[in-house]
Structure formats: C-alpha cells, structure tokens
Write a protein that binds this ligand. Sequence first.
Ligand code: NDP
Ligand code: MG
Length: 402
Amino acid sequence: MTVAMKQITLLGATGSIGVQTLEVIKQGTTPYQVFALSAHSNVSLMLQLCQQHAVRYAVMSDEASAQRLAELIKAEALATVVLAGKQALVEIATHPEVDTVMAAIVGSSGLAPTLAAVEAGKRVLLANKEALVMTGQLFMDAAKRAKAILLPIDSEHNAVFQCLPVAHLEQLPDPRIKHIYLTASGGPFLDRPLSALASVTPEQACAHPNWQMGKKISIDSATMMNKALEIIEAYWLFSLKSDQIKVVVHPQSIVHAMVEYQDGSILAQLGYPDMRTPIAHALAWPERIASGAPLLELFNQGGRLDFLPPDPYRFPVLALARAVLNTAGTASAIFNAANEVAVAEFLRGEIKFLDIPNVIAHTLEALPAQCSDNLDAIIAADHEARRIALNFTQRAMARSVL
Ligand code: NDP
Ligand code: MG
C-alpha cells in the first residue's frame, strides 16, 4: 500500500527542535516530505539541510543571508528556491500544499508565521510557546475557527496531551481533570546557594543538566521562566484554571507531566529527556512511530524518581506567571517581552543572572496591561514592554544598582 506523502514546513529548522525534527523525518518512519525550511542567519547549516532533504523553499530572515544561500544552492545545483523576510515565512507556513507546520522559531519572532499557520487551518506542531503565551485567547480562537490541529511539542504539554484520551481533548475544559503536574528539572543551579547565583555566567546558565536546547530556553530553564511560560501555555492549551496547574521539581526529567483525575488516578508520561519522543509523537499522531530516542531502562534510574516543591524565593517568576494569568489581556505579552529582553541582555553580559526576574517584575509594574485580545494591542504591548525593559536595564547598569 502506498502512503500519501504529507508536506511539512519547518520554521526554525536550524535550531535544536528543527534539527531533531529533521532527524526523525530522515528515519523514514513518517510519510513527510520537507516542503520548506526557515532559519535566521545560519546559512551553512541551512545549505546542509537543503542538500539532505530536497527542500522546495528555504527562507532566511534577511536579504544578505538569502543571497549567500542562493549562491551556494546554485553552486551545488540544487532546486531549492531561496526567499527572504517575514512575509516569506508566512507564505511557507500557509502554502496550500502544506499540511503540517513545525513552529520552532524561538521567541516572539515566531508569532506571525505560527499564527498564520493556525489561521490557515494547518496541523501545527507547537514548540514556539512564546507565540501562544503572547496571544492566548486569540490564538486558541483562531485554531478553533480554522479547525487547526494543535499538537504540543513542549515535552510537558505533549505528555499532558498523551495522558488525555482523545474524547477528553474534544470537550475541554474537562471537569474530570482535577490537576495537571508540570515537571521541572530545576535547571543547573537547583542546589547552589542563592548567594552564589549572583555571579553565574551565561555559559554556566546554558549548561542544562538533562536537556540539550537552544540558548534562550536554557536560560529560561535556569530562572524557571520556562516553567512560568509553560503554566500559561498549559492554561490555554488545556482550558485549565491557574490553580489546577501545579509545578513539581523532578531532577531526573523522566516523568514529563502528570494528569490527575477526579477518581484519584494520576496518569503520567515517562521517557528519557529526548525531544525526539514528543516530536515523533506529534508527527505521527494519532499513530505511533519509532523516534530514534533510546527506550527507557527503568532499573538504570538508581531506583528513584524525586519530586520536590519549587522554592518560591529561588524562582520568583512562577508567582509572576500566576499574577499574569489573573490580570489577563496583554499582561502575558508584557511578561514574555520583558523576559526576552532580559535574557538577551544577560547573554550579552549586560546584566546579572539574578537581575532577570527584576527586569520582568519592573516591566509588569511599569506597564499596565490592556484588557484586550486584539493583535494590534498585543504587538503594541510587546514593543512598549521591550522599550521599558531595555531602558530599565540600561539605567540600572549606569547606576549599577540592579
Ligand atoms: P534555537 O535557538 O536552537 O533555534 C531557534 C531557531 O529559530 C533557529 O532556526 C534560528 O535560526 C531561528 N530564529 C532565531 N531568531 C529568529 C528570528 N528573529 N527570526 C526568524 N528565525 C529566527 O531554539 P530551540 O530549538 O531550542 O527552541 C525553539 C522553540 O522551541 C522555542 O520557543 C523553545 O521555547 C521551544 N522549545 C524548545 C525545546 C528544546 O528542547 N530545544 C523544548 C521545548 C520547547 P538560526 O539558527 O539561523 O539562528
Ligand atoms: Mg518544556
């Protein structure tokens, strides 16, 4: 029997999620043909990916990178068409021949093409949590209207999805669900005294104990901002109330999430911390395929799985996420934008690790949220939050009081 090939676009193909998605596709266990890839500026990796996957379109963020890639593509006699810019991202995400879009651009730059894919009714594999956090209700309404299928790639949300039978997914909010538990490794500094965190470097903060990820999400994991964004992500994806979403520190990263039902049953999804598992799950859903990830050896875990409550003093952004959910409107776009600025400034060596939550808290205080789900209001809040956050870091650096 021949299986009809599905066309997939990968936004953020050169990143950690993008490359692992292509690894799963390359195994040939899914009927996917790579229609289009996007990258920001990594021309050399993009060329390799085009060589390996007979790609129809490759999109780079700017003209200069696109020009360089086009010359290399020509020299290699490949058929890939090279495009540049934000509109081209929207075009490859919404092209009529495309069935599935992997949304794996990092941060708010992924919003426009991810939302466009949702509005076009595609099957959207959602890694770019920031797009959903920024737009919440608007994003979910668009998915409903266009009958887009949203498949979470974030390991915790993918795990929750796997613990919810399909019938439950069709009737969210589901009164049978009492709580969900999002597990958090605690990042590289879980056991360090708080006083020692003042001097940590970006390299130390990026060295996650269990997961190999891009820089931004690695810093987010160290501050627990990743879990804060994931609380908001779960709130929207699974129609939950804030107090139904619990965070549990689980240093082994073997249990990815749990769902507690009203009868007292807790369902969990387990596996090694390897993103190829949720990626393969979403690519194949509702089928199952081999992912390339090693199978879990239960007896190799030292006989234990630990679960601890998160320390609110060490991780103040968790409480900020709850406050943001209580405020609604543009608050979560402000929260996300301030964090993006703070992480970028920390990576540039401009602020200290412990300044990151201060920048976020200051920006939330300084910019009142608008009670609006309108995209223009959200984008305006994002821009204004960036201006305030950057201004705060620069002023504070000048006075060295951060
Ligand atoms: P990476 O930093 O590894 O990759 C980001 C990708 O986005 C790259 O292809 C990059 O291109 C591209 N990109 C960066 N900036 C821009 C921009 N301004 N415009 C267009 N494209 C851009 O990130 P990850 O793969 O780690 O993460 C991607 C998303 O998935 C994030 O939202 C993250 O939170 C989420 N996620 C990631 C997990 C992981 O294990 N990595 C786990 C769960 C969620 P270039 O290479 O050219 O810079
Ligand atoms: Mg996650």
